[in-house]
Ligand binder design. Structure first.
Ligand SMILES: Cc1cc2nc3c(=O)[nH]c(=O)nc-3n(C[C@H](O)[C@H](O)[C@H](O)COP(=O)(O)O)c2cc1C
Ligand code: SF4
Length: 488
């Protein structure tokens, strides 16, 4: 349940003095198995800002976005989910061809300069399957629906008239299109109903489609090529996107019933993710870092839970991952129906609320995923596996960040929205200036922009006319595109 009024006050921040920060776990270094050292435990997880060109290239706006985060001094910055294929995907970054390398190299150089070489830089690489916008019902019935005898039977039962059993395809289409949509939906299969009300989308179980059947053959190579390009561009490493609503998370899910050895059983579901990890590792050995972001809990009916999360963590650690970044939810399966003409958005249902928790939910969002991280990290350490764990999810205070580290729940503290609200919050904490931090209010204005596929900004600064301004604006000409500057 969500309400439209904030239900949970921001927690006490416990900002440290400079001396306390210097002695803290948060501002202590850590070295990964790859040999890569982060100078502190602050981690900015991937956030898509919708600033690439339509053909997936780095723009000046992309450079401004990452420069601003790097100036704030996080230990690790992860570049947004970046497509491993060279296919049309709107203003999302791509790494599916060598022509993207020069732009990505500029991004690396920008971050190195802005952080004086101190922030480690990963890029999140992902594969996704095709999704269509929700169709007009008329268009769906007349153009997309494949008519079967079960539709004739359903119409015969509905109208109590056996003549429908001999109806032509067009007769079936016309009859369904003329019914109220709620009634017509009851005469369809579950999949057809989903296509009608939420837009058609491919699943990893659609093995009748050759390009889906061959995913296990093509993905290891595509991910490995992408990682090799990231290394050539100068990144410290990649983060394999095995989380949320996308291809690799779908392979890991218990909902994956593929019967070709890449689904159904826990081992089968892990097989392709491990093949991809192996291929990437082989192409990009240490000191290049290979991390994985995956779900500690899918938060959907029939989906994976913390036991799956633990099993996956153990397998990835044994498979050679250098760092594991945890998320939860963010699935298409329980996402709200979009409006006609719009695409389904995976952060709308209960699993979406779990992924980016707000102050509107029943449960306070603060540090909500830390107990899951603690269980996964505990299982790893119990098995002698020292791989570092990143936890995220409404951690926006020093007190919570330090507690997650002090209790041994995590090794890095991921903070996406607080870092967007104030990219300098790491520096401010470190220098004893916590009182100057612009605190995220966790109402998800930024997420609503992401949903509309327009440039992501923060409501706390995008219309602030009192702060110094270099004139950078979003395409709407009104919102400033990056947070105001801060001088130490
Ligand atoms: C605008 C926006 C874009 C995001 N894009 C990504 C993404 O590309 N990849 C990803 O794994 N998570 C993405 N996330 C999820 C965040 O990385 C993070 O897991 C989530 O916001 C919870 O952390 P927080 O409470 O610190 O914000 C995005 C979040 C936001 C707000
Ligand atoms: S827009 Fe709202 S939720 Fe997003 S970073 Fe800013 S304050 Fe936080």
């Amino acid at each position: 349940m969500t309400s439209s009024r904030p239900r949970h006050p921001l927690p006490e921040p416990g900002w440290p003095t400079r001396a306390e920060a210097e002695a803290s776990r948060l501002f202590s270094p850590i070295t990964l198995a790859s040999g890569c050292t982060a100078e502190n435990r602050g981690w900015i997880p991937a956030m898509v800002p919708w600033r690439a060109t339509e053909d997936g290239s780095v723009t000046d706006a992309v450079l401004r976005w990452y420069r601003r985060f790097a100036e704030g001094g996080p230990g690790v910055l992860v570049v947004e989910a970046t497509g491993i294929r060279d296919v049309k995907s709107g203003p999302l970054l791509r790494i599916g061809h060598d022509r993207f390398i020069p732009g990505l190299r500029r991004l690396v150089d920008t971050v190195r300069t802005a952080s004086s070489g101190r922030t480690r830089l990963l890029i999140q690489i992902l594969d996704f399957l095709s999704i269509r916008r929700r169709p007009e019902p008329e268009a769906y019935f007349r153009r997309f629906l494949a008519v079967h005898d079960r539709h004739r039977t359903a119409l015969a039962d509905h109208f109590a008239d056996d003549a429908w059993r001999a109806a032509s395809d067009d007769g079936v289409r016309n009859a369904l299109a003329s019914l109220p949509i709620e009634t017509a939906a009851t005469l369809l299969s579950e999949r057809e109903r989903d296509d009608l009300l939420r837009g058609a989308r491919e699943r990893v179980t659609d093995t009748h489609l050759p390009h889906i059947a061959e995913l296990p053959k093509v993905l290891p190579g595509l991910f490995a090529d992408a990682a090799a390009r990231a290394r050539e561009a100068g990144f410290d490493g990649v983060e394999l996107h095995y989380a949320h609503a996308y291809t690799m998370a779908s392979f890991l899910s218990p909902i994956n019933t593929r019967d070709d050895g890449f689904g159904t059983t826990p081992e089968g579901r892990l097989r392709l993710p491990l093949d991809v990890l192996g291929a990437v590792r082989a192409r990009t050995p240490a000191p290049f870092t290979v991390g994985i972001r995956f779900l500690a809990d899918e938060c959907i009916r029939g989906g994976g839970d913390i036991d799956d999360g633990i099993r996956h963590a153990l397998a990835f650690a044994r498979g050679g991952a250098d760092v594991l970044s945890l998320s939860v939810g963010g699935k298409f399966d329980d996402a709200a129906a979009p409006r006609i003409g719009e695409a389904i958005y995976p952060y709308t249902g209960a699993s979406g609320e779990a992924c980016m928790p707000t102050v509107f939910g029943d449960v306070p969002p603060w540090s909500r995923h830390v107990p899951l991280a603690a269980r996964i990290r505990g299982a790893l350490r119990g098995n002698g596996l020292p791989v570092p764990i990143v936890t995220a999810g409404a951690i926006g205070t020093f007190r919570e960040a330090e507690a997650a580290l002090a209790t041994g729940s995590a090794d890095f503290v991921g903070s996406a929205r607080q870092s967007l609200a104030d990219p300098d919050w790491w520096t401010k904490m470190r220098t004893g200036r916590g009182a100057e931090i612009r605190r995220c209010i966790y109402t998800n204005y930024c997420e609503a922009l992401d949903r509309r596929h327009v440039e992501v900004t923060c409501q706390l600064w995008d219309r602030d006319t009192t702060a110094p301004d270099d004139g950078g604006r979003c395409a709407d000409g009104r919102r400033r595109d990056i947070a105001p500057p801060f001088s130490v």
